[in-house]
Design a protein around this ligand. Sequence first.
Ligand SMILES: CC(C)(COP(=O)(O)OP(=O)(O)OC[C@H]1O[C@@H](n2cnc3c(N)ncnc32)[C@H](O)[C@@H]1OP(=O)(O)O)[C@@H](O)C(=O)NCCC(=O)NCCS
Length: 164
Amino acid sequence: MLDIRLATEADRDVIWNIFRVVAAPGDTYAFDPHMSREAALAYWFRPDTRTYAAEQDREVVGTYILRPNQPALGSHIANAAFMVAPRARGLGVGRKMGEHCLSEARRLGFRAMQFNFVVSTNEAAIRLWKQLGFEIVGTLPGAFRHSEKGYVDVHIMFRSLIED
Ligand SMILES: CC(C)(COP(=O)(O)OP(=O)(O)OC[C@H]1O[C@@H](n2cnc3c(N)ncnc32)[C@H](O)[C@@H]1OP(=O)(O)O)[C@@H](O)C(=O)NCCC(=O)NCCS
């Protein structure tokens, strides 16, 4: 059973551990692979952000954030980001967090969700987001400097929350 709930102060260490191992390879997010704990947690727990933890057998195995993609006149569109601990991948945690996030976004009144920076080589993420109803609405040529593959494209993915 996966329990997805708002993260608390007590989750900061384990969330940092997940963040650190996700950022370190430099293959999925633009974060500095050597980003400090302080900077990472400041970003993940930003005041405009709802931070969630996914707990399996009392162990946090994933985390996601949900927030307005833009201030004020753009704040009806949500943005989100997801991280699953490597050892817990491929077990449905990412999909459950994605579904939970869409339902939270709807509950909070967002009209759509936008992912601003989906690295084109991140096949697992693109496949999952398409399965959850997202479409690629634009591609930024060479916008990500992949640690192994060099400059690769980045997709913007979008999903309406009001049509269904
Ligand atoms: C992307 C991520 C969140 C997916 O989480 P996960 O728990 O591993 O995914 P799930 O087990 O729920 O799998 C759900 C779907 O994701 C896709 N997927 C997961 N792993 C995959 C892989 N290795 N290759 C291809 N597709 C994969 C599949 O579509 C899968 O559904 P299916 O098995 O029915 O085809 C996770 O891999 C992760 O944290 N990656 C690093 C950070 C990241 O890339 N975040 C997203 C940035 S946009």
